[in-house]
Design a protein around this ligand. Structure first.
Ligand code: G4P
Length: 294
């Protein structure tokens, strides 16, 4: 079973984002710092066109900083502005505002030179599900505005939240899924909770997680489950080792409780039991990108 994608949903979401984009000067794209490339919408540039864009590596508190720093460098080399945030704890959020002002300073200066009084910068947040868009918006608002309660009579539709006198934020984020033809991206999006579990082959996802852990975070996995596997061991063999440690056999000697082990692995990833890890391995993916292009 492969992770299915629904073009109808994507087309609708993209249309909605395009409509909203007409209203803004700058876009904040939130990605998950544990997989900045896989959770980034590579087709967004076509949609965003001439708008300024800042990529926000959110959930920075959960990632392997060394690996994620390579991705920051990668995006910066491509001309993006990258900001790290931990929206849950409200860390570094005002840096996003500062960067937005920097990005638009030239445009504002041109307006001023023409005698136009610049209006507030208008911004919006977009990203795949579960990267922290709502948390980011709520925390940013709390940080910057004492009272954001909806005023009676103000329509809920397309409400602008004032971050300070210079910058406004559209109150609802845009949800945009990446087009992925690569199943590995689908599996990572599943691990970070962007794709619903009920349309995902969780057995494949958990075996893939074992593969990623085996390649880059073998010790973390061995320590968590008190096993002693090596990178040469087969993924199914590793799963059986974990099953053997954690669950009773269902029937005979080789009747491992695969279902519980699959759930456990995914849950352990989502509750950070493996420690700080980054799923997008820079060297692997960049080699892959090159080999795909050839
Ligand atoms: P979305 O709008 O993009 O779909 O994401 P949302 O804000 O709903 O956040 C999804 C989950 O990610 C939430 O956890 C939220 O608390 C968490 N989150 C957001 N930003 C960060 C961050 O920078 N670091 C960490 N560690 N977590 C972050 P949840 O489990 O769904 O809810 P809860 O545990 O907060 O109640």
């Amino acid at each position: 079973m492969v992770i299915q994608w629904f073009p109808g949903h994507m087309a609708k979401a993209t249309r909605e984002v395009k409509e909203k984009l007409k209203l803004v000067d700058i876009v904040f794209e939130l990605v998950d710092a544990r997989c900045p490339l896989s959770s980034h919408n590579m087709y967004l540039d076509e949609v965003v066109k001439d708008k300024k864009k800042i990529i926000i590596f959110n959930k920075i508190d959960l990632c392997d900083r060394t690996e994620t720093a390579k991705w920051k460098n990668y995006f910066e080399k491509k001309g993006y502005t990258v900001v790290y945030t931990d929206a849950k704890n409200g860390n570094n959020l005002n840096k996003v505002i500062d960067k937005a002002k920097e990005e638009l300073a030239e445009k504002i200066a041109r307006q001023v030179a023409k005698g136009i009084k610049p209006r507030a910068i208008r911004s919006m947040v977009i990203g795949v599900p579960n990267v922290g868009k709502s948390t980011f918006i709520n925390k940013l608002i709390k940080k910057n505005v004492a009272n954001t309660a909806n005023k009676p009579g103000v329509t809920k539709k397309q409400q602008w939240l004032k971050l300070n006198k210079d910058i406004e934020l559209l109150d609802t984020p845009g949800i945009l899924m990446p087009k992925f033809d690569n199943q590995e991206i689908g599996k990572k999006l599943s691990l970070i909770g962007s794709i619903k579990d009920d349309i995902t082959p969780l057995d494949d996802v958990s075996l893939y997680l074992i593969e990623l852990l085996k390649q880059s975070y073998l010790e973390n996995m061995n320590n968590l489950y008190k096993i002693d596997v090596t990178a040469d061991d087969e993924n199914v063999f590793i799963m059986e080792k974990i099953a053997d440690k954690r669950f009773k056999k269902i029937g005979g000697d080789y009747d491992y409780d695969y279902d519980s082990t699959i759930k456990l692995l995914i849950q352990d990833f989502r509750t950070q039991k493996f420690g700080l890890i980054t799923l997008d391995n820079y060297n692997d993916m960049i080699n892959e990108e090159v080999s795909n292009e050839n």
